[in-house]
Design a protein around this ligand. Structure first.
Ligand SMILES: C[S@@+](CC[C@H](N)C(=O)[O-])C[C@H]1O[C@@H](n2cnc3c(N)ncnc32)[C@H](O)[C@@H]1O
Length: 407
């Protein structure tokens, strides 16, 4: 109980992340989870009926990044939604409310309440819980509470911290909390900032190029280095927590992060005896760069694969201009991606560039095929490398949310 109070005091003093509602006039903060096209792809086989209102819960919504993205994208797509926002912090809720107000976003029910009581607020088609469960005194109670609030066929987008990418964080959290016992959050922060300056350059945290929140704001510094309740999850532990809550992994925003085959020589012989979870864990251990796990999850009986190869599926590029990408592919036959020190060269035949150019978030695969005068076999040969190159990197999803006249 004491711990929960300390966490509440932190988020009242330092609502997270630090946001100025006035910035809503200039930019939309985007990310995963809760990007509707990505949700559709991993949770509903790319075929959700978006004419039906999306009943969503944003659990531990903080100052509103996930909430605002979801509501804004639904509103911009002209699709109906009703969102319940829950958070224990009044200060965070007030900022989230101000952000929604500036954008004129409606149909959001703001409630200061624990996500452990999620079920009291109804059944949800979608639950966002980003960066919260690892801060609960009993994280499993959080997984279970959210699972119990999921409507039949519903899905979740979750983010919990991962250990390797946060190297150096936990010894500092432990030290700053030992020294700051009994202090107010503001005094604790002041003390931690003073000590931080004196740490040796070779401290594992100072060598960790993956973390940066402590440089962004007081809220970021506190959340990263002074948090009183924070436990990371290995991917194996996350899978176990999901299973205990009656859930299964439905997908990752960037599946490549969880695929060890690019790092292991002769993957067929080295990986074939491993379970799916062992492969995920191997990838996490070998890459060493994951500081969080962002995943989509559903009840096992509700899982639906993305609609690979389905002529009715509508491909959508993730925040990339299709004409630009088509030009790169048509001229070089490859795309170079850099992700935290990992360079990936994705090969896509130059001749597939014209298919990418036709992707506009509204045309189906069948329509792109017909517009290019291709028979199903030639189309699948040309489209396959686009799908296999872009989707594992989180750059392509299937969703009919923008399809005119869909449902
Ligand atoms: C790290 S912030 C994440 C905020 C937001 N989801 C994001 O990703 O930007 C964690 C939030 O969880 C809230 N929180 C912690 N325990 C909670 C609980 N039991 N029920 C609801 N919210 C909780 C905190 O008040 C805080 O706003």
């Amino acid at each position: 109980m004491k711990q929960t109070t300390e966490v509440q005091a932190q988020y009242e003093a330092f609502p997270y992340p630090e946001r100025d509602p006035a910035d809503e006039k200039n930019r939309l903060v985007t990310g995963s989870p809760s990007f509707p096209e990505e949700m559709d792809h991993w949770l509903w086989g790319g075929m959700r009926d978006w004419s039906k209102p999306l009943r969503a819960l944003v659990a531990g919504g903080g100052t509103g990044d996930g909430l605002i993205q979801l509501a804004q994208r639904m509103a911009s797509a002209g699709k109906p939604y009703e969102i319940t926002y829950l958070d224990l912090s009044v200060a965070a809720r007030e900022i989230a409310q101000a952000r929604a107000k500036i954008r004129g976003l409606e149909n959001i029910n703001f409630v200061t309440e624990s996500l452990l009581n999620a079920k009291d607020f109804g059944e949800f088609d979608y639950i966002d819980c980003c960066g919260v469960l690892h801060h609960l005194p009993d994280p499993q109670a959080g997984f279970d509470a959210l699972a119990s609030a999921l409507a039949p066929g519903g899905g979740m987008g979750l983010m919990v911290y991962a250990p390797h990418g946060r190297s150096g964080v936990y010894p500092l959290q432990s030290a700053f909390n030992a020294l700051g016992k009994g202090l107010t959050p503001k005094d604790k922060l002041h003390l931690a900032r003073q000590i931080f300056k004196e740490l040796p350059d070779a401290h594992p945290f100072k060598r960790n190029v993956l973390v940066g929140d402590h440089e962004v704001s007081d809220a970021g510094f506190f959340d990263l280095l002074v948090h009183s309740q924070d436990r990371p999850f290995s991917i194996t532990q996350l899978v176990e927590s999901l299973e205990r809550a009656g859930l299964a992994m439905a997908g990752f925003p960037v599946p490549r992060h969880y695929d060890p085959s690019q790092l292991v020589p002769d993957p067929d012989s080295h990986l074939s005896d491993l379970s799916e979870t062992e492969k995920l864990q191997l990838s996490e251990d070998l890459r060493g760069i994951l500081k969080k796990h962002t995943i989509y999850a559903k009840r096992p009986q509700d899982l639906r694969k993305p609609p690979y190869g389905n002529p009715n599926a509508v491909p959508v590029l993730r925040e990339i201009n299709s004409a630009h990408l088509a030009n790169v592919v048509s001229s070089s036959g490859s795309i170079r991606l850099t992700d935290r020190g990992e360079n990936t060269l994705v090969y896509i035949p130059k001749t597939s560039g014209k298919l990418i150019a036709a992707v506009n978030g509204r045309r189906s695969l069948g329509e792109i095929r017909d517009a290019n005068g291709l028979d199903p076999i030639s189309f699948s040969a040309a489209w396959g490398p686009v799908e296999r190159g872009l989707e594992p990197n989180g750059l392509l999803h299937y969703s009919n949310i923008h399809r005119v006249g869909a449902q």
